[in-house]
Structure formats: structure tokens, C-alpha cells
Design a binder for this molecule. Structure first.
Ligand SMILES: C[S@@+](CC[C@H](N)C(=O)[O-])C[C@H]1O[C@@H](n2cnc3c(N)ncnc32)[C@H](O)[C@@H]1O
Length: 221
């Protein structure tokens, strides 16, 4: 989706993707990644997700990237976190104690910014992209994640012709084709969550699978 689409969503507060609680799959699988305690976790397309608070409470430093200034300011204000802002070339860096949110386009982020991360977390980021932009996002993610670093990826899959995204359907075959060249991929769980998603039920989507994957960046050849 183009930046304008997301800016409008945030402006109108049409943010159905935002969860009022920490994602259950994050709670369930995070420890399986065996990440270095206190390490820095990169959260692409972070929105104002409470999952970042969860990661910080585990002791991690959190580094999010988000296009919308509104989302970032709401995150810090909602969570009563005083923050400071610094302007870098194409991005603004918002910093509170353990949480740094980088406002701007992920496609313009330099790999040096994420060079010291110890993990990453993608919920509703990969699936935010339509097919034609998703491959570009996968390549960008691969550029930003250093070798041997692991992360948790949460996806949705459903018959794409039954509903207009976002979220867009991402199948295990897509993951195999476009992420496996860069990442070791381990499927951790895949469950039908249709009954919990009225928007999909109302549109008569026949099935809706939510999956969690562990991704580990392969060595760059
Ligand atoms: C579907 S939302 C998911 C937000 C968050 N991960 C969550 O779970 O609530 C996608 C987010 O990506 C942001 N976004 C879209 N394009 C972006 C880009 N090029 N760079 C950085 N953020 C972007 C949008 O503003 C939006 O907040």
C-alpha cells in the first residue's frame, strides 16, 4: 500500500489491525527463539502495538519503524512514556527509555541502523503488503536483518479472492518461495482463527489460518 493509504487510516483512526492486548502467539513462542536476554528487537511497521511494551517488559530494547507520526505519538502518549525526538536525514528518531521508534519509510532505512539487533518481530507487517510490494518488503527485511539473527513472523492466509486486503493472504508456499532464500524457516503453529474474526465471517471467507514462523537470517553469501 502507498504511504497515503496508511496516513489516512491513522488520521481517521481506522486501525482495526491494532490489538488491545498483547498478541497471544508472541507470548506463546517468543521464548522458543532463544534470543540473548536484553538484546535489541527490531519491529518493522510497528504501528502503536502493545507487543512492543511486552518485549520491553521482558528486558529487551525495542526498535520500531513506522511511517505514521500519529501512530508513534499515540504509542508514547497512550503508554505515558516521555520521549525525545531527533531528526536524522530521512527519518525522525523518537526515543524513550527502552523503546526507540523510527518514523519514516522502512524502504529508506539504512542497514547500519539495525546492525546491532538481537532479534525481530513481524506481526501484520509482511501481510500489510499486496503481492506486488511484498517481495520488495521481503528483500528489505533481509537487508536489515544481520546473519544468524532470528525473529518471529505472524501471518494470515485465506482465499485472497474472497476479501480485499489488507491484511493480505500469505501462504506457506509464498514463504517458501520468497523468504527461504534469505531465512531458515520453521513453522511453529498454524491454526484456523476464522471464528474469532467477524470481518472475515461476514464476508463469507471459508477459512482463515494464522501461522507463526521462526525465521533465522542465513549467512549473506
Ligand atoms: C497493518 S499495520 C500493523 C501495525 C503493527 N505491526 C500492529 O501489529 O499493530 C501496518 C503499519 O505499517 C505502517 N507502514 C506502512 N507502510 C510503511 C512503510 N513504508 N514504512 C514504515 N511503516 C509503514 C502503517 O502506517 C501501519 O501502521
Amino acid at each position: 500500500m502507498e504511504p497515503q493509504f496508511w496516513h489516512e487510516k491513522w488520521q481517521m483512526q481506522q486501525i482495526g489491525f491494532h490489538q488491545p492486548q498483547v498478541n497471544p502467539l508472541l507470548i506463546r513462542f517468543w521464548s522458543e527463539l532463544n534470543l540473548v536476554p536484553m538484546s535489541k528487537i527490531f519491529v518493522p511497521l510497528c504501528g502503536k502495538s502493545l507487543d512492543m511494551c511486552y518485549l520491553a517488559e521482558l528486558g529487551h530494547q525495542v526498535q520500531g519503524c513506522e511511517l505514521s507520526q500519529t501512530a508513534i505519538e499515540q504509542f508514547f502518549n497512550d503508554n505515558q512514556l516521555p520521549f525525545q525526538v531527533q531528526q536524522h536525514t530521512q527519518h525522525q528518531f523518537y526515543a524513550a527509555d527502552q523503546i526507540q521508534l523510527i518514523q519514516g519509510d522502512i524502504f529508506a532505512l539504512a542497514p547500519s541502523v539495525t546492525a546491532d539487533i538481537g532479534g525481530f518481530y513481524d506481526r501484520a507487517a509482511l501481510i500489510a503488503w499486496p503481492e506486488e510490494m511484498r517481495q520488495q518488503y521481503a528483500q528489505t527485511l533481509a537487508k536489515l536483518i544481520p546473519a544468524d539473527i532470528s525473529g518471529l513472523l505472524i501471518t494470515l492466509d485465506y482465499p485472497q479472492d474472497t476479501l480485499k486486503g489488507p491484511p493480505f493472504a500469505v501462504s506457506p508456499d509464498w514463504i517458501e518461495q520468497y523468504l527461504s532464500p534469505y531465512f531458515e524457516v520453521t513453522l511453529l503453529a498454524c491454526e484456523d482463527v476464522l471464528a474469532d474474526n467477524p470481518r472475515f465471517v461476514n464476508k463469507q471467507v471459508p477459512w482463515l489460518n494464522e501461522a507463526a514462523y521462526k525465521l533465522t537470517r542465513k549467512k549473506v553469501i
